[in-house]
Design a protein around this ligand. Structure first.
Ligand SMILES: Cc1cc2nc3c(=O)[nH]c(=O)nc-3n(C[C@H](O)[C@H](O)[C@H](O)COP(=O)(O)O)c2cc1C
Length: 221
């Protein structure tokens, strides 16, 4: 039985999608989703923004290297406007309505003064810091949608990012929008935002004994 399941689940060519079943999760994670429609009138207070960035600050990293950076634009300011310009056209359709856009960076080399040591885990650590941002934001009633669709080279130039840093992803952060905001996004955004969320089953990525073997605790009930 386990081997049959293994054969089925290890090939990612099989479209193994199951409806999301997050009822066992802590509400902070259960109620998280990548929101595409934001409240255009909501403004983040400086203390809220600081709390969200503190979540990144206190996340773990290899050797406490803290190899992350964040460029923050608030809707209406020049940084935000410059960020919107480098977004992919698809992301331009929804991301600007969020209260903030954050571009994330991770360190890719030791700097000239050797003040920052390079870590192989830098991108991993950045990802974890962003996860902490996501959870902190949720605890404050906010949501985020991360995105990779933007011109990384243009962002690097526009924000004068030094060579030992790489612009990595974007985060749209804000209060989920209501029906008025919904009416202001293009139809395709509304449709996409309403698509049911789905996930691979645990058996597709949890292994025991050796890679590809399904763990008993996943099938014993
Ligand atoms: C690294 C990364 C890049 C992503 N890029 C985009 C993007 O460019 N545009 C977009 O609309 N969503 C983007 N997403 C959001 C994913 O599509 C979304 O997280 C996924 O569909 C799962 O949905 P959920 O977060 O609501 O569970 C990205 C997410 C991550 C983590």
């Amino acid at each position: 039985m386990a081997d049959e399941m293994t054969a089925n689940v290890t090939g990612r060519h099989t479209p193994l999608v199951t409806p999301a079943q997050p009822e066992t999760l802590t509400p902070l994670l259960r109620d998280r989703e990548s929101v595409m429609v934001y409240d255009r009138s909501h403004e983040l207070r400086p203390e809220e923004l600081r709390a969200i960035l503190e979540a990144a600050r206190w996340s773990p990293s290899a050797g406490n290297s803290q190899p992350w950076g964040f460029l923050v634009g608030l809707r209406g300011d020049d940084t935000h406007a410059a960020m919107v310009e480098v977004l992919s056209s698809a992301n331009q359709a929804w991301a600007p309505s969020a209260s903030a856009i954050i571009l994330t960076l991770h360190q890719v080399a030791t700097d000239e003064d050797h003040e920052i040591a390079y870590s192989d885990y830098a991108m991993f650590d950045l990802g974890q810091a962003v996860a902490h941002i996501t959870v902190q934001a949720r605890s404050m009633g906010l949501q985020v949608r991360q995105f990779g669709g933007f011109d990384h080279r243009a962002a690097t130039e526009r924000f004068a990012v030094p060579p030992h840093w790489a612009v990595t992803t974007g985060i749209a952060l804000g209060l989920p929008g209501g029906p008025d905001d919904d009416a202001k996004v293009p139809e395709w955004v509304r449709t996409r935002a309403r698509l049911p969320r789905s996930r691979l089953p645990l058996e597709a990525f949890v292994h025991s004994g050796k890679f590809g073997h399904t763990a008993d605790f996943l099938t014993d009930h």
